[in-house]
Design a protein around this ligand. Structure first.
Ligand SMILES: Cc1ncc(COP(=O)(O)O)c(C=O)c1O
Length: 456
């Protein structure tokens, strides 16, 4: 049962206890569970807005953590260094207060034993893989997958002597099982997958990992965010996010996050991060925390708008297929219903007319920006076959092998009721779009249209 407000007040005034993994100077509010499985369950929204480590020494404390910019810290005696490096901040690549605060808040949303923030989603992915794979090991990963991950797995990880096998994104976990060998170390999944929105069954995936000694499961849940899905709840070993997307939420911070439910794994990841230097800047950590505070509000709106758009597109005569886990026609709709709170803000769809139709469509819209990435408050649209999953990023050979449909369009949006109401106005020259933003009269007109459509 979620916690009611009375309990929240009582717990907030209870004595404070120290968190396992935090710096000695900072304490957590008693009552905020260290794991999502704790018997007293707070709404995830409450965790997002209240979790903040506190400085025990002060009577009055800032409700927003300071941006701690020092890269190095002074000690009194040389002998103090060995002790300080274990529990204090001594050098910011080894630990930074602002980064630690945001890592702990996201970790609470995930229900992990510990979390780390990284300089990008790719830094989080590559550090997690390198920390857990040695030469001679084998990894099983889905295809399609985010193109940066695909490129790293296919073209770079093999240089470290790691062997890769591919399964189809969204396949039954038995497909993974069939490919497991003696040297298999990692089962990797991305759910919902970029850009096809394929969904992996987390319960089955976690169970498979647990049934195979020495095999670890890793899930990139960027498209869901911890608000909609917590892979660790299903005994997945490592949960990964590109915080550049929903967790940051404003297209102004590049960051990544990893959490785990095993202490020794957390320590290993932390040690690799320190040596690989894939740490986040404290300024970005501050922006990230600011985004996390409103994650739940944005995800609710993203999800409700996306569902309406997906339903509209599904009955449109020029659309061949819509890929959205919230539609009953989605092949893993039942799985998505079981494991996701809502279905997220990403909709992909295939146009009749293939590659050219996809390109023409995305180049003709007025409101959604033609741009890669997702998770901010703007509406963005992209054509994966020429952009994120095209030749420029994947390379000629990998592009030829790619299973991403050529006519696929990937769409993310939050304020999209205007589009539904005014679909006739959508297909315009791009220069119209530019003029729109320079012409205040046009901007007013859009506001009126938006209000009208909301009123409907
Ligand atoms: C699913 C997914 N994972 C990881 C990444 C990589 O994140 P970043 O760009 O923050 O390195 C992306 C980027 O688009 C993504 O979509």
């Amino acid at each position: 049962m979620p916690l009611d407000p009375l309990w929240f007040i009582i717990l907030s005034f209870s004595p404070k206890k120290k968190c396992k993994l935090e710096n000695v100077d900072y304490l957590h509010l008693e009552g905020v569970p260290e794991s999502y499985h704790d018997s007293v369950e707070l709404h995830i929204e409450t965790i997002a807005v209240t979790s903040i480590p506190r400085n025990k020494a002060s009577l009055a404390r800032p409700v927003v953590p300071p941006i701690s910019v020092a890269t190095t810290y002074e000690i009194d005696k040389c002998e103090d260094f060995a002790e300080a490096i274990k529990n204090e901040y001594v050098y910011s690549r080894f630990g930074n207060h602002t980064c630690q605060v945001v890592a702990e808040v996201i970790n609470k949303l995930e229900g992990g034993i510990g979390g780390l923030v990284f300089s990008s989603g790719m830094a989080a992915i590559t550090t997690s893989l390198l920390a857990n794979l040695d030469a001679g090991d084998h990894l099983i990963a889905p295809d399609p997958v985010y193109s940066g991950t695909h490129k790293y797995l296919e073209q770079m990880l093999p240089h470290h002597g790691v062997e890769i096998s591919w399964v189809t994104a969204g396949c039954h976990v038995d497909e993974y099982r069939k490919l497991v060998k003696k040297n298999t170390k990692v089962l990797y999944a991305e759910t919902p997958a970029n850009p096809t929105m394929a969904v992996t069954d987390m319960e089955e995936f976690g169970r498979l990992g647990n049934s195979l000694p020495g095999v670890m499961t890793m899930v990139d849940a960027t498209f869901a965010s911890p608000y909609l899905l917590q892979p660790l709840k299903y005994d997945v070993d490592i949960s990964i996010h590109s915080c550049t997307k929903y967790l940051g939420g404003h297209s102004d911070v590049l960051a990544g996050f990893v959490s785990t439910r095993r202490l020794e794994l957390f320590e290993k990841l932390s040690s690799y991060q320190k040596s690989m230097g894939s740490t986040l800047s404290p300024f970005d950590a501050y922006l990230l925390l600011r985004g996390v505070r409103t994650l739940h509000v944005r995800m609710d709106r993203h999800s409700s708008n996306a569902l309406r758009i997906a339903q509209y597109l599904e009955q449109h005569p020029k659309i061949l297929k819509v890929y959205y886990p919230g539609l009953p026609s989605h092949p893993q709709h039942e799985i998505a219903k079981k494991q996701m709170k809502l279905f997220g803000g990403m909709v992909s769809f295939e146009l009749k007319g293939g590659l050219q139709a996809g390109k023409t469509f995305v180049e003709s819209l007025r409101i959604p920006h033609l741009a890669v990435s997702l998770g901010g408050v703007e509406s963005l649209i992209e054509h994966p076959a020429s952009m994120t999953h095209g030749k420029a990023l994947l390379g000629e050979e990998a592009f030829k092998q790619s299973t991403v449909p050529l006519g696929l369009v990937r769409f993310r949006h939050i304020f999209l009721l205007w589009m539904q109401r005014n679909k006739a106005k959508l297909v315009k020259e791009r220069k119209d779009h530019n003029n729109t933003f320079q012409d205040p009269a046009m901007n007013r007109k859009q506001t009126v249209l938006l209000q009208e459509s909301k009123a409907k």
